[in-house]
Design a protein around this ligand. Structure first.
Ligand code: 1PR
Length: 534
């Protein structure tokens, strides 16, 4: 029996699912006595340091947690569950942590994108039982803007490089805590969890080639989901956002099965987009919640859900905030939510007044769940102009002139699945969303969507250069070389594709094999019950 501390913010379902997939049962703690009775305690932290400590205080969990830690019974902290062990954090000045390990938590001060999102490796500094069965070359999933700085180096279990070297996990006796998420780190992550649970395993010292660890470029599979004309929830795919062929919605498979298949083939992340979310009330669209619940039982990489994350009134007049809608998705297994249409409307309001309301969906969701959980999905379309000062938008000098020889273009934001163009450009949208608290940009391109022509590198460069958060390049991937191109000719941290994977033209394994040795990627793993991923 594993005891899990859930203080009520974010996605603990993934941790529960990962532990249960190893054949263990999980008891979720609701009071201090249960912490003291625990034999093995797992503490996954999500959200922000300040609100975490306030909730722990309010629920009278701080003292039992300290007592448990000092008793040296097996403890695994994850992400904020690691940071909580320290004395304080720059994220919440004046708020005390558990103070179990001397040291503080600091924000990254680097030129690279923050948050540090994605798959990075570990430099192992001590023997530990959690490394049994690993080679030391594995990559693990990180998502954080702050990192720990222990006073005493003897607690450092691993370090990782991102701009500089930081401590990515600690070990003191039976207390182990990681900045990365084992529950979201595929096969090696599950291995770490299993090793933690088997407390009698011998400690292993891994011999590694010394050197800097490197963040991998991520390959993301996207599943556009909607009901077809028969009422079944299907994965579909459009050509420039038109998902109908001969009058019917294209049906490319079932969402839960396809997500599992892509995970096993090596996808670093899965994105679900409910593409009719702008029409219906998503919380009445229960199948999407069920899709997430089922997917998160078998898929141990990050899951993003978009489509219909916005404020809504149901038929009885009850109002739901976007935060409430998002919370339901987080509880069902989402790690991030993405906002499309509403982000455009929020930024338009901001541009009119020049002020934030502090209460927009972007601000509220990122405040509660952290910036890393708030993705903005942009659906831009090229608009050609003859001169760079013809419009007030951010105009680029394009190498692909327009139909009438226009040398310039700007990228117009659209809403409602590309149906309505707005008087706002994608660069401005991305910049304002970052200011409001967004942690990542999912950058689609209607002109390239489903065309197999390759990513719009000019668009990716224009947006990526204007923000300091990670950007996912999306739309147009047609072959392995297109991924190489986007990773070498832009600074995008990840690339997303849909059509080529669904139509089985190119597999995720083929993309990774092509990139291997040229671009840093997460290695492929063999999944039990499947043939070898090449
Ligand atoms: O506006 O907050 O409700 O969110 C709706 C979401 O649904 C947005 O993220 C929007 O991008 C998406 N969406 C709406 N309509 C469509 C459509 O296709 N008719 N899907 C749509 C956009 C997602 C792309 C696609 C890439 C890669 N498709 O990310 O997966 O273009 O495709 P490719 O590799 O085949 O070229 P809201």
């Amino acid at each position: 029996m594993i005891t899990l501390l859930d203080y009520g913010a974010g996605n603990v379902r993934s941790v529960i699912n990962a532990i249960e997939s190893l054949g263990e049962t999980v008891e979720v703690v609701t009071c201090g006595e249960e912490i003291l009775r625990a034999e093995k305690l797992v503490f996954p932290g999500v959200g922000a340091f300040g609100s975490m400590m306030e909730i722990l205080e309010k629920k009278n969990l701080v003292e039992p947690l300290r007592e448990y830690l000092y008793s040296d019974k097996p403890f695994l902290g994850i992400c904020l569950g690691l940071q909580a062990l320290f004395e304080s954090s720059e994220e919440a000045p004046g708020i005390q942590g558990l103070g179990f390990i001397p040291g503080i938590v600091k924000r990254f001060t680097i030129k690279l994108s923050v948050p540090h999102i994605g798959w990075n490796s570990l430099n192992i500094k001590q023997p530990s039982r959690i490394f049994n069965g690993l080679t030391g070359d594995e990559k693990f999933y990180f998502v954080h803007s702050y990192h720990i700085v222990p006073e005493d180096n003897s607690v450092v279990l691993t370090t990782t490089d991102y701009g500089y070297k930081f401590t990515s996990s600690i070990q003191r006796g039976n207390i182990i805590a990681t900045q990365f998420h084992p529950e979201k780190s595929g096969v090696p992550g599950l291995r770490i969890l299993r090793n933690f649970l088997q407390i009698n395993r011998a400690s292993k010292r891994l011999v590694q080639v010394p050197g800097e660890t490197r963040l991998a470029k991520r390959i993301i599979a996207c599943l556009d989901v909607r009901s077809n004309d028969e009422g079944d929830l299907v994965v579909t795919k459009g050509d420039q956002y038109d998902v109908r062929e001969d009058g019917s919605v294209r049906n490319l498979g079932k969402p839960v099965e396809l997500a599992k298949q892509y995970y096993e083939e090596g996808a670093d992340e899965i994105v679900f987009l409910n593409i009719t979310g702008f029409r219906a009330f998503p919380l009445e669209d229960m199948p999407m919640l069920e899709v997430l619940r089922q997917t998160s039982k078998n898929v141990f990489v990050p899951l993003t859900i978009g489509g219909g994350i916005r404020e809504y009134k149901d038929k009885n007049g009850r109002k739901y905030s976007a935060l409430e809608v998002a919370s339901e998705y987080f509880r069902s297994g989402a790690d991030k939510v993405s906002i499309g249409s509403d982000a455009v409307l929020i930024v338009e309001r901001y541009m009119k007044t020049g002020r934030t309301t502090d209460r927009s969906a972007i601000e509220e969701i990122s405040r509660v769940y952290g910036n890393q959980a708030m993705v903005i999905s942009i659906d831009p379309r090229r608009v050609y102009v003859k001169s760079s000062n013809e419009v007030k938008h951010r105009v680029i000098d394009t190498s692909a002139p327009g139909p009438n020889g226009e040398r310039y273009c700007w990228y117009q934001c659209t809403i409602n699945g590309g149906r309505e163009g707005r008087n706002l450009d994608a660069v401005t949208l991305a910049q304002v969303c970052e200011k409001l608290g967004a942690g990542e940009i999912l950058l689609n391109c209607i002109d390239r969507d489903g065309t197999n022509m390759g990513f719009d590198l000019e668009l990716v460069n224009a947006v990526k250069k204007s923000v300091s958060i990670p950007v996912i390049a999306s739309s147009g991937a047609g072959c392995e070389e297109h991924f190489y191109e986007v990773f070498t000719r832009t600074e995008a941290e990840s690339a997303l594709a849909a059509g080529i994977f669904h139509r089985k033209e190119v597999s995720i394994g083929a993309v990774k094999n092509y990139l291997k040795g040229k671009v840093e990627i997460r290695p492929l793993y063999v999944h039990k019950g499947r043939g070898r991923n090449k």
